[in-house]
Design a protein around this ligand. Structure first.
Ligand SMILES: *Cc1c(COP(=O)(O)O)cnc(C)c1O
Length: 387
């Protein structure tokens, strides 16, 4: 079957929710991907921050295949070793007390939203269920997480939304203005990913934390995109000097397999009990084995490397022609260009460089293992496209 025939089949049988780029990806190694036609790409997207160590990382593959050869799934009615080991690793690396495993970012946030409401119900009874999120945020595509998402454009067609969400300006004053007696939690990204790679201000985030602690409003950080080494620390909140009550993560956690996690710290440790929440596939042992391999290698040395690569990219990206701004943190970078972002991404793809977009930005999310020669290739292609 030719690419044209695959495309035809895709368009005939798959719901038209994605505007796909014209590439039929077949295989890869590290940050190099190959189309079925043999065309070579350098990958600055990582499947949207998912393939943390690129394509087919050897150690990750061994961990995954090892578990596949033993047992592909066991229901959560039973114990499995990879799930327990991953949970212990996540807790010891973050100070979290408990983890709930799901399969995606949206589900990790769903769990956080339910836990916030239960926490408040346990302490204050009915009615204190409002959650403040930020304007321009993105928290997922399910009804609850879409309700939490502060973007008008995503709120068309699907009314009525879940009640009890309000959207604040991304400042302490903005959040405080949205909080009422009914507010049980603030949920926010520290670098808004889909919203255009926009980092929040550290002092504002700390002021939000102080306010939340005073009112017993849970501080819930959505690290679905920023987590797992992406921003140069294991989780981005470490760089903001805050202690969240709940952290959600997914994308890069299992290095390419579907896995979500909701991390509960002291306050929320006992909020969810038997029967309060669940998932058939959540914490699948193959995904957890992959995640153990990824997480165990996101150590001090690797994070220093990520920080160094980030500095290198920020320096050289800001020198490219017709670049209006460079924003982000670590290897999560947004490039505001004079040319429209989608046109830049298409031209890069044509020249063998995969980049993403987010709103009006060109978005770069290379695998954490990206090499210097690959960064230089990306800079060269971007230079050609933007000139
Ligand atoms: C991608 C993303 C989600 C949704 O994750 P899915 O796995 O697509 O459900 C939620 N929050 C943030 C910040 C994200 O970047």
């Amino acid at each position: 079957m030719s690419f044209e025939e695959i495309k035809q089949k895709d368009q005939t049988y798959i719901a038209g929710t994605y505007s796909r780029f014209p590439a039929l990806l077949d295989k890869g190694e590290g940050a190099t991907l190959y189309g079925e036609d043999g065309k070579k790409y350098v990958d600055f997207g990582s499947g949207i921050a998912v393939n943390s160590f690129g394509a087919c990382d050897e150690a990750w593959k061994q961990a995954v295949i090892g578990q596949l050869n033993k047992l592909q799934h066991a229901s959560n009615l039973y114990y499995t070793r990879p799930q327990a080991e991953l949970a212990a690793m996540l807790c010891s690396r973050t100070g979290a007390r408990k983890v709930f495993f799901s399969n995606s970012g949206a589900e990790a946030n769903e769990c956080a939203i339910k836990a916030a409401r239960k926490y408040s119900f346990d302490r204050y009874g009915e009615g204190r269920y409002h959650i403040v999120t930020l304007k321009n945020s993105f928290h997922g595509r399910t009804m609850a997480t879409l309700s939490a998402t502060g973007q008008e454009a995503m709120h068309r067609y699907f009314m009525p939304f879940l009640e009890g969400f309000s959207y604040a300006e991304p400042t302490a004053a903005g959040v405080i203005a949205c909080c009422t007696q009914k507010t049980c939690a603030v949920l926010m990204e520290l670098v808004q990913g889909e919203g255009g790679v926009r980092p929040l201000d550290k002092a504002e985030v700390q002021a939000i934390e102080t306010f939340c602690k005073q009112r017993d409003i849970l501080l819930m950080i959505d690290e679905v995109q920023t987590g797992n080494g992406r921003t140069g620390t294991l989780y981005a909140y470490e760089q903001f000097g805050i202690r969240p009550d709940v952290v959600t993560t997914a994308k890069g956690l299992a290095g390419g397999l579907p896995l979500g996690a909701t991390l509960f710290f002291e306050k929320t440790e006992h909020t969810l009990g038997a029967g309060d929440h669940g998932s058939t596939f959540g914490g699948n042992p193959v995904a957890c084995a992959g995640a153990c391999s990824i997480l165990s290698r996101i150590d001090k040395d690797l994070l220093l490397e990520v920080q160094g690569k980030s500095a290198y990219l920020f320096t050289h990206l800001s020198r490219l022609p017709h670049v209006l701004s460079v924003t982000g943190l670590g290897l999560m970078i947004g490039l505001e260009t004079e040319k429209p972002a989608r046109a830049v991404a298409e031209a890069c793809l044509e020249k063998g460089l995969i980049v993403l977009t987010a709103k009006n930005k060109v978005r770069l999310l290379p695998p954490l293992c990206i090499r210097k020669d690959e960064m230089d290739f990306a800079l060269k292609i971007l230079n050609e496209v933007l000139a």
